[in-house]
Design a protein around this ligand. Sequence first.
Ligand code: PLP
Ligand code: COI
Length: 362
Amino acid sequence: MSFTVQRNPNPLPEAERAAALANPGFGQFRTDHMVRIDWTPADGWGPGAVLPYGPLSLDPATSALHYGQLIFEGLKAYRQPDGSIATFRPEANAARMARSAQRLAMPELPAELFLESVRALVDIDQAWVSDAPDASLYLRPFMMATEAALGVRAANAYSYLLIASPAGPYFSSGVKPVTVWLSTEYSRAAPGGTGDAKCAGNYAASLAAQAQAAEQGCDQVVWLDAVEHRYVEEMGGMNLYFVYGSGADARLVTPKLTGTLLPGITRESLLTIAQDLGYSTDEAVVSTEDWRAGNASGELTEVFACGTAAVITPVGHVKSADAEWTVGDGGPGPVSMRLRKALLDVQTGQAPDPHGWMHRLS
Ligand code: PLP
Ligand code: COI
């Protein structure tokens, strides 16, 4: 499998790239190239191409723009201590993208093509992978329906694209606990819906709730189940973990995957890392009453959110229409921070990788 390569004749000058890498934020800058692979019913996936990063030309009737057949992924590449570059569990992102494709009646991109696209882009844009602590290259694979047609049906033309964006520490002020709003007015996902797919529409539907959380003085929205508004599902674009007890006896509970949660790769990896560190783990339903009561009794000591972009983010304070409480002492908890370091150490090559999660690219 080889990709054709068309080099960008005008890459960002080195000094400007260095300035971007010194202060990347999240998603603000993109690298010099992108990958594109087109699909047709007759030929399936065509040849992969590495192209100069640039605008797409789309017919205004492109069906993704109307009916939202649009899925995406998010993973990171990290500079390793020996200077090489590696990604974390990219085959898990490829598998999730295939499941998202099935749910949205789109063609599945074979995992080998997904991995090859990552390798090809990181290879040509390797200068964009900083070796600064906490730095990474965020990779954004996505696929959309490109057929120009206004009938509501699965399209018969698709494009897979991969772009990349340098990322620094998600929070410039370090790991800052967030305040969350328990949303009972809005739902992210309902049984039978698309909650376990990573499709663009889920994020569009989340924005009004996020705005409501901000109006309530909160950083993030916490999603509850759509039927009873009682069981905790996720926080914004991250999964959640509840820590009971402390020290070596700490027990971690993460909401179980009911079909309405996104199966996070960080969530799944942390179940394993927590067990490696000797903590007991459970996937269970957690109600808002459990959260409040556990907090009041002191049994629940820490809560954190996890995802690729922000790794682990402590939850410090909770607000809902009828209650408000502080989690533990409101600061980052020791179990959360230990897990965060253990995960980042594997990703950045500071610790051994006993589960073979790192995929070396160059
Ligand atoms: N939940 C939602 C809704 C997300 O968008 C994401 C991010 O991809 C996650 C959870 C965390 O998933 P992962 O750990 O695979 O990044
Ligand atoms: C995550 O990585 O946790 C995300 O939710 C990514 C986000 C930018 C969609």
